[in-house]
Design a protein around this ligand. Structure first.
Ligand code: G3P
Ligand code: CA
Length: 306
């Protein structure tokens, strides 16, 4: 299986002519499915806090995945939701909080309460980290896979993010991937710095509620998975080095081996979110995907070691 993957990735490096980002070859030539720690090792520790990122580093994840947003005073922070309610003891929109106010929130205790069997005293009082704190702590040897999250609620986010990854030399170090569901934001990032490897996120869901309703892509980036063609993916390849896609909508499988093959023939990497089942990880590897987002990087490492 490893040999098959290497052949796939070699083919990708030859055919990846649309997007010429610096990290494209790193993504293409890794030779093994990338282990992308979703919101850090967020199955083990509170998402997008230092304990979750530390755990992902300890588990040798290839990338730390995180969602970039802006505070009221324009600071870049790692945070998933547009409201702070679910994962902190605060309430209301993240964008209402200055960094100083956000730092006073407890972003860890919710995890202990929700997952008592994984709770740790050390998680209590965990803070929302800034991206600058993450880059200072882990440096350029660590790779980051950063989502431009909710750009409508975070005006100026793309430019600030590009400026910061440039300030920390993450592009030259091949230590950065930027991802988004929003095509305009990725195209802007590509204009600002065409060397940054970009991943277009897509999400397939049914158009209606009846069983077997046809699927569509959330933001119409591509046609439905059973109708998408190499030329559809070639349009994405103009600015991105890969796609990030869901595998399931609830219990319904939305992509298959043919979908992965079509994207790969267009020269795109295929990264699939968010997979915690080892059986699904193995199936995706057998289909030829090039990366998997997981809350449990240790599980993916175990599958990769088979
Ligand atoms: O970024 C890939 C995946 O994380 C997208 O889903 O909602 O977890 O950001 P979400
Ligand atoms: Ca994300």
């Amino acid at each position: 299986m490893r040999q098959v993957l290497r052949l796939f990735t070699a083919a990708l490096s030859l055919s990846c002519v649309g997007a010429t980002a610096a990290g494209a070859d790193t993504l293409a030539d890794h030779g093994e499915v990338l282990n992308i720690a979703h919101r850090g090792a967020s199955g083990h520790a509170p998402e997008e806090t230092m304990p979750a990122f530390d755990k992902a580093v300890d588990l040798n994840a290839d990338y730390l995945e995180l969602d970039a947003q802006l505070t009221a005073d324009g600071r870049l922070v790692a945070f998933h939701d547009t409201k702070v309610d679910r994962t902190t003891d605060g309430s209301g929109p993240l964008s209402d909080y200055t960094l100083k106010e956000l730092k006073k929130l407890d972003a860890g205790t919710w995890f202990n309460e929700k997952y008592p069997y994984r709770a740790k005293t050390a998680f209590e009082g965990a803070q929302v980290p800034t991206l600058r704190e993450l880059f200072e702590k882990y440096g350029t040897d660590q790779k980051y896979y950063i989502e431009i999250k909710s750009p409508g609620e975070n005006p100026g986010l793309t430019k600030k993010l590009v400026n910061l990854v440039e300030e920390y030399d993450l592009v030259e170090a091949d230590s950065i991937v930027i991802q988004s569901f929003v095509q305009d934001s990725l195209q802007k990032a590509h204009e600002l710095n065409p060397e940054i490897p970009l991943v277009q996120l897509i999400w397939f869901h049914p158009k209606g509620y009846e069983a077997g309703a046809p699927l569509k892509e959330w933001k119409k980036v591509t046609p439905a998975p059973n109708a998408v063609s190499v030329s559809d993916f070639n349009a994405v390849d103009e600015y991105a080095v890969g796609i990030g896609t869901n595998m399931h909508y609830k219990d319904r499988q939305v992509i298959d081996a043919a979908f992965v093959d079509t994207a790969r023939r267009a020269g795109l990497g295929v990264h699939v979110y968010t997979i915690d089942s080892m059986a699904r990880m193995q199936r995706l590897i057998d289909w030829g995907v090039t990366g998997i987002f997981t809350n449990f990087p240790d599980r993916l490492n175990a599958v990769r070691a088979r």
